[in-house]
Design a protein around this ligand. Structure first.
Ligand code: HPA
Length: 272
């Protein structure tokens, strides 16, 4: 089946499940699920039930699409993000973004856990991504271009929507949340970086590094879905003083900052 047909099958399935006119899409990063406490769920649908949604051949990945309300806004939340290190292709990772757009989602908010390269970034900080560097070997737009979705050569001069970024900054200020700003470098993982790699990332202009987000943002730009993304800084990547880190520690730091991040998303969603 061609991509466009697969997308329509997926959309129609969701509409039959009475997922109607979601306005905002949200992708929750590793260890970041506090926002779900603010949501009145209407439908919780496992990815495995949705036609076209990726099923990993490498490892079972638990994931749900949650359709619900935050105040009066209808939102679609991806609980469980798809990473390339799990064996998903770039096209699989961005499939849900395309479905969201076809369902008329008008804004996409993303979150992730990231390592802080900028020495001013500390564990538990929130940082607005205002640009990125794609160090992944793939790209979701490789292959046949579907002009119905977007152009062959999409512009990336401003991949993170200015209006959404402004709104996030305003709401952060109002809530007394310090929001840093920086450039996110996307790497494959799953291993963390070596000292030399952290040094390199700093030299090329990255403020933070993580294993996600960029494929989704590329696809969102391609299909003209305005998006914004926030990193939770979970470890400090100082090559001259690098301490071993582990994923448990990263998840612990992420879940501490998660409340702040969720408050910020909650406030912004009301105004979208
Ligand atoms: N590197 C890559 N990905 C990450 C890191 C890191 O240091 N921390 C959280 N995700």
């Amino acid at each position: 089946m061609e991509l466009l047909e697969k997308l329509m099958v997926s959309k129609n399935f969701l509409m039959e499940k009475e997922v109607i006119e979601p306005q905002v899409g949200v992708i929750l990063g590793t260890g970041l699920h506090h926002l779900l406490n603010h949501v009145k769920p209407i439908k919780i649908i496992p990815y495995s039930e949705i036609p076209g949604f990726p099923i990993s051949t490498v490892e079972f990945h638990k994931g749900n699409l949650i359709y619900g309300n935050i105040n009066n806004k209808k939102i679609l939340i991806m609980q469980g993000r798809l990473h390339s290190y799990e064996g998903y292709s770039m096209q699989q990772i961005v499939f849900p973004i395309r479905v969201m757009k076809l369902m008329d989602v008008r804004s996409l908010l993303l979150s992730n856990a990231a390592g802080g390269i900028n020495p001013g970034f500390k564990k538990g900080d929130l940082a607005l991504i205002d640009d990125h560097i794609n160090l992944l070997s793939g790209n979701p737009l490789i292959g046949k271009n579907y002009d119905e979705l977007g152009p062959r050569f999409p512009d990336m001069s401003e991949p993170y929507d200015r209006r959404l970024n402004n709104l996030l900054q305003i709401k952060a200020r109002e809530a007394g949340i310090e929001l840093k700003t920086g450039v996110y470098a996307a790497v494959h993982g799953p291993n963390l970086e070596t000292k030399a790699e952290y040094r390199y990332l700093k030299i090329i202009g990255a403020d933070m590094v993580g294993m996600s987000t960029v494929p989704e943002v590329i696809a969102a730009n391609h299909i003209q879905l305005p998006c914004a993304a926030i990193s939770v800084i979970t470890d400090e990547c100082d090559p001259d003083n690098l301490k071993p880190i582990n994923i448990e520690e990263i998840i612990k730091v992420a879940s501490k900052a998660d409340e702040m991040l969720s408050k910020l998303f909650y406030e912004v969603i009301q105004d979208l």
